[in-house]
Design a protein around this ligand. Structure first.
Ligand code: GLC
Length: 581
């Protein structure tokens, strides 16, 4: 409870976002901002396996996405990023592609795809495709050929090490049960390289034929009219193919050895001149290099490579025993300032490689789930950079308590990680504790549409268990509740869309020492907003001399806001955006 002495006013935050007027003319006339649709985009990421099933096999499909496009439109998002939907044996749920020009049978057909794309475009929703070309599946024709003989024309599409040279220098694999990225293949008495699972052999980007193949694939999709590409794990594509020995223990810091190797910029420039520059597509890379300078080099418009990258610093912060708000503020502020004048960044707190954001960064207990999920969505949608919102986060979906024991998990990273921990005699309780907090499977449980059996996701058996909280946390229930996380999300997307200051405005961190509140301003010409986010489960006060100047409540995740002329008291996880009248 806030102290009543501080309570001079109680303002009802019945602000309707549509009241705020977009004033494009003012901003373009007075400010030199380089407007681009992909900077203004609000991206909604769909994990197709988990979104909507229509044929009862327990796996989401493209028809399901088509059926839900009106819902997606109603969110106020403007683009969809789809995780891979190409043919795949699903060792890593589609990140092991066996045919880049075909649709995975679980998901439907090319006809479904074409319909989905045109229905998206009919609603002014853009589509960003996931391009997985650091590696393919071992069931791709290229690899089948490549492994068949040492003199096969496809041999050099992958990295091979002939066994007569002895054991290849150790390379770390992220998903291998032994942690070894070299796999011996009897057929040609050689090892092949796989940074991810054994069924994900790395492509050899030094081979111009591989690069041409990839450009042709990109053109194929661009010709179909897709609006963007997300380049999966691409910072690892270039390798020193002399395969020098790395220092012992390098795997603890493998990004330093794997990312941004010589050749990477050349490959991106080629893709840009052959494909990206010929279409109105946005491009985003997973991984932003090892330093801010490297991140800049990827996205500097003058270098003609890609538009933006996403860095992992922020998603690496939360741990099972908590995290420090100061580090969180510092991380986002550092990235913002590095790109304040030039370049552009991505803003996100979750995706298919993370557990649910409300369970990691905030508080998923009943009393705080809704306010804290709204607070995080307020954050993502008020930062500078293109926001990526992960499906289900608009509802405040949480980690799934049904994922208890290792047998409950489906993700290859979780399963092989467990095997490795066992072999190495690591503390398995600790391993499971971390998995229950941070496993990718938490972010992949099915979308919660309604309170019917299996949450309206499937009539069959869902491929991962539904979170039992779907009875109350679901689209249907939240659409009917004016104060739901979902309706707050929609207010936020409308607010961002109608206020250039939230897209292009300068970001400034204020009172950075505050232990509970993340406070910052966004400023564009005369327009200025103040964003206050209480990241704690306790009330928190925030004093500011010129508080009275911010007299308009643009958004509030509670019905009330307690303040005096110089101090605001925020309730647990309260989030407000205040504007100057
Ligand atoms: C990226 C994807 C992840 C996948 C990996 C291998 O990190 O986001 O889901 O497992 O690449 O393709």
């Amino acid at each position: 409870m806030y102290k009543s002495v501080l309570l001079m006013f109680i303002l009802l935050a019945t602000y309707s976002c549509t009241e705020s007027k977009k004033d494009n003319n003012t901003t373009t006339e007075t400010t030199n901002i380089d407007k681009k649709w992909w900077k203004e985009a609000i991206v909604y990421q769909i994990y197709p396996r988990s979104f909507q099933d229509t044929d009862g096999d327990g796996i989401g499909d493209l028809k399901g996405i088509i059926n839900r496009l009106d819902y997606i439109k109603s969110l106020g998002v403007t683009a969809v990023w789809l995780n891979p939907i190409y043919s795949s044996p699903n060792d890593d749920n589609g990140y092991d592609v066996s045919d880049y020009r075909n649709i995975m049978s679980d998901f439907g057909t090319m006809e479904d795809f074409d319909k989905m794309l045109s229905e998206m475009h009919a609603r002014d929703i853009k589509l960003v495709m996931d391009i997985v070309v650091n590696h393919s599946s071992d069931e791709h024709e290229w690899f089948k050929e490549s492994r068949s003989s040492r003199d096969n024309p496809y041999r050099d599409y992958y990295h091979w090490w002939p066994a007569e040279k002895g054991e290849p220098p150790y390379r770390y694999s992220l998903f291998d049960a032994e942690g070894n990225a070299w796999k011996y293949d009897e057929q040609t008495d050689s090892y092949y390289l796989h940074y991810f699972s054994q069924k994900q052999p790395d492509l050899n980007w030094e081979n111009p034929k591989v690069r041409q193949e990839v450009n042709d694939i990109l053109k194929f999709w661009a010709e179909k009219g897709v609006d963007g590409f997300r380049l999966d794990a691409f910072q690892f594509a270039a390798k020193d193919t002399t395969f020098p020995k790395f220092p012992d223990g390098f795997e603890k810091n493998f990004i330093q050895y794997y990312a941004m190797q010589d050749g990477l910029h050349k490959y991106l420039k080629e893709m840009n001149s052959e494909v990206f520059s010929n279409y109105d597509v946005m491009t985003v890379a997973e991984g932003a290099g090892r330093t801010l300078e490297e991140a800049h080099e990827l996205v500097d418009a003058d270098r003609n490579e890609i538009n933006m990258a996403y860095a992992f610093d922020a998603v690496d912060i939360p741990k099972a025993d908590g995290y420090d708000l100061a580090t969180f503020k510092e991380t986002f502020s550092k990235w913002d300032s590095a790109f304040a004048k030039k370049g552009w960044i991505s803003i996100f707190l979750s995706n298919h490689d993370q557990a649910r954001m409300v369970s990691r960064y905030a508080n998923d207990v009943l009393a705080y789930r809704a306010p804290s999920a709204k607070m995080l969505n307020t954050f993502i949608l008020s930062m500078r950079g293109t926001p990526y919102c992960y499906f289900g986060d608009e509802l405040g979906m949480t980690n799934n308590p049904k994922l208890k024991n290792i047998e409950d998990y489906k993700d290859i990273a979780a399963i092989n990680g467990f095997k490795k921990a066992k072999t190495n005699n690591e503390d398995l309780d600790e391993y499971m504790r971390n998995l229950r907090f941070g496993s990718r499977d938490h972010g992949r449980t099915p979308m919660q549409w309604d309170a019917s059996e299996n949450a309206g996701f499937t009539t069959g058996t869902p491929w991962l268990p539904l979170n039992p909280n779907y009875k109350s946390v679901n689209v249907n229930a939240e659409e009917q509740n004016e104060e739901s996380v979902l309706n707050h999300f929609k207010k936020m997307t409308a607010l961002r869309t109608n206020n250039d200051v939230l897209v292009y405005g300068d970001y400034k961190l204020i009172q950075k020492e505050h232990k509970q509140i993340y406070a910052f301003t966004r400023t564009l010409d005369k327009d200025e907003v103040l964003i206050l986010l209480n990241f704690s489960e306790n009330e928190a006060s925030f004093a500011l001399d010129n508080l009275a100047a911010y007299s308009e409540i643009k958004i509030n995740n509670y019905l009330e806001l307690a303040h005096t002329e110089s101090e605001i008291t925020l309730k647990p996880y309260q989030a407000v955006i205040l504007g100057k009248d």
